[in-house]
Write a protein that binds this ligand. Structure first.
Ligand SMILES: NC(=O)c1ccc[n+]([C@@H]2O[C@H](COP(=O)([O-])OP(=O)(O)OC[C@H]3O[C@@H](n4cnc5c(N)ncnc54)[C@H](OP(=O)(O)O)[C@@H]3O)[C@@H](O)[C@H]2O)c1
Length: 389
């Protein structure tokens, strides 16, 4: 029996993780859950999974949750960063599924590593912001970081423990998002409703917009560097509209190994929970005779500049990936609020990156300071570009 804590249990990944727990009641037990603001859903999860500890983003959220949690012994409840840390370091937890959106979970992930927990990482922003700190802490503590992101999970499966010096390159596949075939003029007019229609994956709002700009793939390029020890030059992105090949690895002898599967996040989540074992699952088999043609195309850097910005951040290293991530979050939020045009998203990010004096990622306070600076700078830029409705 593995005991599981989930950061972000009310989100898309969090709910899929609970479906994996449902499929394996004799192997997985929930001990702690954290959510942002969705008290009604967290209350339902508390009634069903009976965790010892729960957390919400704010004290108001916890008050609402307390009112919604009816009979039975209520779990311990906490809020804010301390609440996330309490969930991530629950003494009985063996594995912490990190699936909260954005960067709020960074301290909790580091605390979970310090407490010796296995990390199942969906929250790629954490590695983009603080890759050196997170990977150093994991190495020091001997903790595994198992990727939940389907592409990195695929690479983990393809590598099967092979060392970095046997890798020639990793090939990340990208669906290309809903605007894959749009020209530059059409891209400038797209709105949030269109951008939220992902062709192959059902995901949270922020990652869905990141998929439409290809920033999601850019963040994954940085994530692959930290997870697998490969340089920017060893990471290639190909557009694969069918999302059946989840990613590939080319080894130094020229063999290319791919992982294929249905587009369902329960598969990589279950892999992270079962590793190093494999468990039977409730997922349908992949029917290749019905998959049709599998296409692989080069990305278009002119129409989707976010990918190039991510490569630039990775090649520069230091705090530039922190700036990339923070400016992106601000720009995506402004786009979702209809205050910023789609093609202004990369503009805000690039101008924020240009204005930043890069330094080493030497500590968490440095990361938080640069993150705060980049958000403020990006907000000012976004306001300057604000759409007049
Ligand atoms: N969805 C996917 O298929 C997928 C695939 C690969 C990687 N990922 C990564 O996984 C992460 C989550 O994505 P998602 O699609 O599941 O997002 P989502 O549906 O928006 O869910 C985000 C979760 O984070 C919680 N949350 C937000 N702010 C919080 C805070 N301050 N404290 C605690 N919890 C907080 C939300 O709680 P409330 O809903 O209660 O506010 C929700 O449970 C992202 O980093 C994303 O890049 C997702």
């Amino acid at each position: 029996m593995k005991h599981v804590a989930i950061l972000g249990s009310t989100g898309s990944i969090g709910r899929s993780a609970l479906a994996v727990v449902d499929a394996h009641p004799a192997r997985l037990r929930i001990v702690a859950l954290a959510a942002g603001g969705n008290a009604p859903l967290l209350a339902e999860q508390v009634a069903r999974y009976r965790p010892d500890t729960v957390a919400m983003a704010t004290g108001d959220g916890v008050d609402r949750l307390r009112r919604l949690c009816g009979g039975g012994a209520p779990p311990a409840m906490a809020s804010g960063a301390a609440g996330l840390v309490a969930v991530a370091t629950h003494p009985a937890a063996d594995i912490v599924i990190c699936a909260s959106a954005g960067t709020a979970g960074l301290e909790a992930v580091l605390a979970a590593i310090d407490a010796g927990k296995t990390i199942a990482l969906a929250n790629k922003e954490v590695l983009v912001m603080a890759g050196p700190l997170v990977t150093r802490a994991a190495a020091r503590r001997g903790v595994s970081i198992l990727p939940v992101d389907s592409e990195h999970n695929a690479i983990h499966q393809c590598l099967h423990g092979r060392p970095p010096d046997e890798i020639r390159r990793v090939i990340l596949t990208a669906s290309g998002g809903p605007f894959r075939d749009y020209d530059a003029a059409a891209l400038s007019g797209v709105d949030p409703a269109a951008a939220l229609q992902h062709p192959t994956w059902q995901m949270g709002r922020k990652i869905t917009i990141d998929s439409a700009t290809l920033m999601n793939k850019g963040l994954e390029v940085v994530e692959a560097h930290w997870l697998f020890g490969v340089s920017a030059d060893q990471i290639e992105v190909v557009i694969h509209p069918q999302s059946i090949v989840h990613s590939m690895v080319e080894l130094i002898d020229g063999s290319v190994i791919a992982q294929l599967g249905v587009t369902d996040m329960r598969l990589p989540i279950q892999y992270a929970c079962s590793y190093p074992e494999r468990w039977g699952g409730a997922l349908p088999s992949l029917d290749l005779t019905r998959a049709g043609r599998l296409e692989f195309l080069p990305p278009s850097p002119d129409r989707f500049p976010c990918l190039g910005l991510a490569y630039r951040a990775l090649r520069t290293e230091g705090t530039l990936p922190v700036v990339l991530n923070a400016a992106n979050e601000v720009a995506v939020e402004a786009f979702l609020e209809r205050k910023l045009g789609f093609t202004s998203i990369p503009r805000v990010i690039e101008e924020t990156m240009d204005a930043h004096a890069v330094e080493a990622v030497s500590s968490l306070p440095v990361v938080r300071r640069v993150d705060g600076w980049a958000r403020e700078h990006a907000r000012v830029l976004a306001r300057g570009l604000e759409l007049t409705q």
